[in-house]
Design a protein around this ligand. Structure first.
Ligand code: TYD
Ligand code: MG
Length: 455
C-alpha cells in the first residue's frame, strides 16, 4: 500500500503546527524550534485491516441529557500512585509517565502491571530492555509474574495489531521514544515519530477502552519527550522526580483530566523496588546534631497534606562582578524577587553576595509558603547566626514586604508539633484561634517583624 504523506512543521516547545517553515513560533515565540514532520494516513490502514471499531457519535445532545456512567477506577496496587491518579486508573485513559533515565519508571510500571494483571489482562511492551532483563528484574523484586504478558516490539503498527488481537485492559509502552511508525522516515525519538506514534496509540486506546501507559524520557532541559507535543493528547501526565543517587522519588501530576493535579506521591527506592511512603511528612528531615547557620525547616503544603522540609542557604562574598544566585529545588526568579524585598523592606543588602539555596532531599518546592523561610535562612547565613533547632517557619512574602497568610495554617502547625517543633514564626493571619499545646507561635505582618523576632 502506498501511503499518502503530508508535511507539517511542529514547534518543539509548544507543539503548535504550521503548514510552512518559519523562524519563530508565533504561539510561544520560541526561535528555531520548528521541525518538519511527515504526517501519515496510518489510521485508515489499521482500521481497514483490523477493524477495531471506533464509535464516533456526531449527534447533538443537551449536556444535561448526556448519560453519566460511574467510571470504575482500577487500582494500581500502590496507594501513592492511586492518590496522584485521583483514585486509580480510568478505563480508556492515556497516562504519560515522565522522568529522567534511572528515575524508576520501568520499575514502577512493572510493579503496577504485576499487580493489575491479577484481575485484568495486562501487556507490557518493552522497546528498551529485553524480555530477559524485565523478567530478571521481576524475579529479583519477587513480583507475581504469571499473568503478565510481555512483548519486545518497537513498531507501533505491530503493537496495535497484537493488542487488537489480545485485547489487554492495560497496555504499557516503554518507551514512546523508541517506538516508530513505518510510514515515517525520521528516526525514533524525533518529533514526528513521537507525535504520530503517540497519536496512533492514543486513538487505539480510546477506541478499545484500553488503559494506555506511555513512558517518556525527560530531556536535559526538563521537558517531556523533547517536544511537548504529547501533553495535549493524553489524559494524565505524571512526572517521577528525585535525585537518582538518592533514596526518595516523588511523583507529581502535571495534568489530570480525572482528578486534581496537586497531589504529590512519595516513594522510596529500595532493593525490593519502589515502595510507597504513606506518611511522608517528615522523611526529608534528617538534620545533624550541630546546626549550622542558614538552615531552617519550612512546612509546605503538597496536595492534601503538609510536609516538613529543610531549606539551606549559603551566602558568601562574591569575587566576580555578577554575583551568583543558584537554587536547587526552588524557583530561581522567586529568589531574585525576595532578595529585592529584603533590600527594600528589611534594609539588608546582599547584592554583592553569592547566594546558594538548597532544598534538602531533592524535593521541589512549588508553593510560595517557603518565602519567609527563604529570607530568614539567607540572613541567618549572611550573619552566620544559626536559628533555633526547634523552629518552623512558613508564610508568603509580598512585594511590599508584607507577610501573607497561606492555606491550611492549623494543619501545618499540628504537623510541626507532631515532629517535635516548639516554635513557629507564621503570618499573623494564620494564628490559630485556640493555642496549640507545646507550640509557641509568633505571628508577623511584615518582614521586619520576623527579623526582629529572630535576630
Ligand atoms: P528504572 O526503573 O530502570 O529507571 P527508568 O526506567 O526510569 O530509567 O530504575 C533504574 C534505577 O533504579 C537504577 O538506577 C537502579 C534502581 N533500582 C533499585 O535501586 N532497586 C530496585 O529494586 C530496582 C529494580 C532498581
Ligand atoms: Mg526504563
Amino acid at each position: 500500500m502506498v501511503s499518502k504523506l503530508k508535511k507539517a512543521f511542529v514547534c518543539n516547545e509548544c507543539g503548535s503546527d504550521y503548514p510552512k517553515w518559519q523562524g519563530q513560533c508565533t504561539d510561544c515565540n520560541a526561535w528555531n524550534t520548528l521541525t518538519e514532520i511527515k504526517l501519515s494516513s496510518v489510521s485508515g490502514k489499521i482500521t481497514r485491516h483490523q477493524g477495531f471499531s471506533g464509535s464516533s457519535d456526531s449527534s447533538i445532545n443537551l449536556l444535561k441529557d448526556v448519560q453519566l456512567e460511574e467510571v470504575p477506577r482500577i487500582r494500581s496496587g500502590t496507594s501513592e500512585l492511586d492518590l496522584v491518579l485521583g483514585g486509580g486508573f480510568v478505563p480508556g485513559s492515556c497516562v504519560l509517565l515522565g522522568g529522567e533515565p534511572g528515575a524508576g519508571k520501568s520499575t514502577m510500571l512493572l510493579q503496577t502491571l504485576c499487580f493489575m494483571a491479577k484481575s485484568h489482562e495486562a501487556l507490557y511492551v518493552t522497546g528498551e530492555e529485553s524480555s530477559q532483563q524485565v523478567a530478571m528484574r521481576a524475579k529479583r523484586l519477587e513480583l507475581p509474574t504469571d499473568q503478565v504478558q510481555i512483548m519486545t516490539e518497537t513498531s507501533v503498527e505491530n503493537i496495535c495489531n497484537v493488542a487488537t488481537e489480545k485485547k489487554p485492559k492495560v497496555l504499557v509502552i516503554d518507551s514512546i521514544q523508541v517506538v516508530h511508525l513505518d510510514d515515517i522516515t525520521s528516526a525514533p525519538g524525533s518529533v514526528s515519530q513521537v507525535r504520530e506514534s503517540a497519536a496512533m496509540l492514543v486513538r487505539f486506546a480510546k477506541q478499545t477502552n484500553t488503559i494506555l501507559i506511555l513512558v517518556g524520557h525527560v530531556t536535559k532541559d526538563g521537558t517531556l519527550a523533547g517536544p511537548k507535543v504529547l501533553e495535549h493528547m493524553i489524559d494524565c501526565s505524571l512526572m517521577l522526580e528525585g535525585r537518582t543517587d538518592g533514596q526518595f522519588r516523588t511523583l507529581r501530576g502535571i495534568k489530570n483530566r480525572f482528578g486534581a493535579v496537586n497531589e504529590l506521591g512519595v516513594f522510596a527506592m529500595t532493593e525490593r523496588g519502589l515502595k510507597a511512603v504513606s506518611n511522608p511528612s517528615a522523611i526529608f528531615l534528617q538534620r545533624n546534631e550541630d546546626l549550622s547557620s542558614g538552615s531552617l525547616v519550612v512546612v509546605i503544603w503538597e496536595g492534601t497534606r503538609p510536609m516538613l522540609v529543610e531549606l539551606q542557604a549559603l551566602v558568601d562574598e562574591s569575587h566576580i562582578g555578577n554575583p551568583r544566585r543558584v537554587t536547587v529545588g526552588l524557583d530561581h526568579n522567586r529568589l531574585s524577587m525576595l532578595v529585592a524585598v529584603l533590600h527594600r523592606h528589611g534594609n539588608i543588602l546582599v547584592g554583592d553576595q553569592d547566594i546558594f539555596i538548597n532544598v534538602v532531599g531533592g524535593v521541589k518546592i512549588m508553593d510560595t509558603s517557603a518565602d519567609m523561610a527563604l529570607i530568614l535562612s539567607i540572613i541567618s547565613s549572611f550573619r552566620d547566626k544559626p536559628m533555633p533547632r526547634n523552629l518552623v517557619v512558613f508564610g508568603e512574602v509580598g512585594l511590599s514586604g508584607e507577610i501573607r497568610p497561606v492555606s491550611n495554617g492549623q494543619e501545618r502547625l499540628r504537623e510541626a508539633v507532631k515532629h517535635g517543633f516548639t516554635q513557629a514564626i507564621i503570618p499573623s493571619a494564620n494564628i490559630p484561634k485556640k493555642p496549640i499545646q507545646g507550640l509557641k507561635v509568633i505571628g508577623v505582618k511584615k518582614i521586619s517583624e520576623a527579623l526582629q523576632a529572630l535576630f
